[in-house]
Ligand binder design. Structure first.
Ligand code: EPZ
Length: 432
């Protein structure tokens, strides 16, 4: 079992290059199999979720060739079946995007119910409602979603909840329906826009992505293209929070500053300096930060995927902060771990009341999910002493070379898998 061992206390200083967005890459890989021509994807993040999804499309016969660490060629002409194996699906929730992709291309998809981070009940009723609206028969048979249709017809769909996954999934399938589909109350996240741009590059006709009404005119087929994935706003935000928590000075490069506005605004509000450039942002935290209130919302609101990292920063700020999680009900599981590092946080229902402390103390902690895991790493980087973080498998799902990038900013962190490696790290870093 891999762990991170960290000696805290160094302010993080320097420049860090942000990878392509995992949450855009996953639907785009799925959509890439919707043409029989070759698609070349660039700026793909080298993270576990992406690699599992590439394996799962190989599993149904797609040709996948890795050109370099961040570039992959995909050809869907060799697909021999529409049933995706549970082995892949149990590992990544985003495999549900293969439903929309296979249904759109072959009018037939069979995908086991998804796994993924345990951050709440995570139903997929809105995805299925959308597929049904455009003419699919959808049933759940022994834990597998089976969607079939003779032909799909455009429809007017009003989403009951703003859902990233459902918006993207319906957009993919409806791109191949006959006639026009209108999705109202659509999600507006940058990765929704990126998927729409990608589908349009393959020949789709999608307008309005990035607003809450998306109009899709179905087309009869897609062609190959070359497409570069948008930068990862959550990875960028995580490094911005690492600067804030460690009283550091970090320039995050290869970002779209507009995507970071909610995060930048909160950091400014609590006393960080935030400087925006064309495709980079500098965050400097020269003094103790101040309390604030944060409520997670769909984009352009404050992202739920940044809530744990923000809470770690607020746990160090002067005064009492209130953080309300309004997207997923189970996203405060890191609080018990953070308390063992000295944080003073009380959770009531979907609200965390955080009384700021001066600093954390290193501890042995466990990563409960992807973003919470990254947040605990930030806490350990600030902490006095050393920490060992278990279950980093979650973190590896979504952050490329997290420890390497942190080391380049001056962090003392190693990925280890044995007790003797931990002891070696401690000797080397003077923690004995
Ligand atoms: C995506 O999950 C991301 N995952 C999540 O990223 C992210 O936290 C989330 O969007 C919100 O931004 C991927 O892109 C792979 P939703 P998704 O559908 O699509 C409810 C990370 O750390 N809902 O927008 O599953 C749902 O329960 C992760 O990278 C329904 O009720 O999220 C939630 O309360 C984890 N019915 C809300 O909507 C549905 O059919 C928003 O979920 C669908 C969703």
């Amino acid at each position: 079992m891999e762990q991170y061992v960290i000696k805290g206390g160094n302010p993080l200083v320097g420049e860090v290059e942000i990878a392509g967005a995992k949450n855009a890459a996953l639907p785009i890989i799925s959509a890439a199999i919707m043409t029989d021509e070759t698609v070349t994807l660039e700026n793909l993040p080298d993270v576990n979720d992406v690699n599992v999804l590439l394996d799962s499309i190989r599993g149904i016969g797609a040709y996948v060739e890795r050109i370099d660490r961040h570039t992959v060629k995909i050809n869907g002409s060799t697909i021999h079946g529409c049933a995706v194996e549970y082995e892949y699906i149990k590992k990544i929730r985003a495999s549900y995007y293969l439903l929309g992709a296979l249904l759109g291309k072959y009018n037939n998809a069979s995908v086991p119910l998804p796994g993924g981070c345990n951050i709440g009940s995570r139903p997929i009723d809105q995805h299925l409602k959308g597929f049904r609206a455009i003419g699919a028969n959808v049933k759940i048979d022994h834990g597998t979603i089976v969607a079939t249709c003779d032909h799909m017809t455009g429809a007017h769909i009003f989403m009951d909840i703003v859902s990233v996954g459902a918006t993207i999934n319906i957009m993919m399938a409806a791109s191949r329906a006959v006639g026009r589909t209108i999705i109202e109350n659509a999600a507006k996240e940058p990765h929704v826009v990126d998927v729409a741009n990608f589908l349009n590059s393959m020949g789709a006709n999608i307008r309005g992505a990035g607003t809450d009404v998306i109009r899709i005119n179905g087309v009869s087929g897609f062609h190959g293209c070359t497409y570069a994935i948008v930068p990862d706003m959550i990875e960028a935000g995580t490094f911005m929070m690492a600067a804030a928590a460690t009283k550091g000075d970090i320039i995050v490069k290869n970002v779209i500053p507009k995507h970071m506005e909610a995060v930048s605004a909160k950091l400014l509000e609590i006393g960080c300096e935030v400087e925006e450039f064309d495709d980079s942002i500098r965050v400097v935290a020269a003094k103790r930060l101040q309390r604030t209130h944060v409520k997670t919302q769909p984009y352009p609101g404050f992202p739920t995927d940044m809530q744990p990292q923000m809470s770690v920063v607020l746990a160090l700020a002067q005064g009492t902060s209130i953080v309300t999680e309004s997207i997923f009900e189970n996203r405060f599981k890191y609080v018990d771990e953070l308390s063992r590092m000295g944080a003073n946080i009380k959770v009531e229902s979907n609200t965390a009341i955080i009384d700021g402390i001066e600093g954390f103390t290193g501890a042995q902690i466990t990563s409960p999910d992807l973003r919470a895991g990254a947040a605990l790493v930030i806490a350990a980087l600030q902490a006095d002493g050393y920490s060992v973080i278990d279950d980093i498998i979650y973190i590896l799902r979504g952050y490329e070379d997290f420890d390497g990038k942190l080391r380049s900013l001056g962090a003392e962190i190693e990925k280890v898998s044995t007790e003797s490696e931990i002891q070696k790290f401690k000797m080397k870093n003077g923690c004995m």
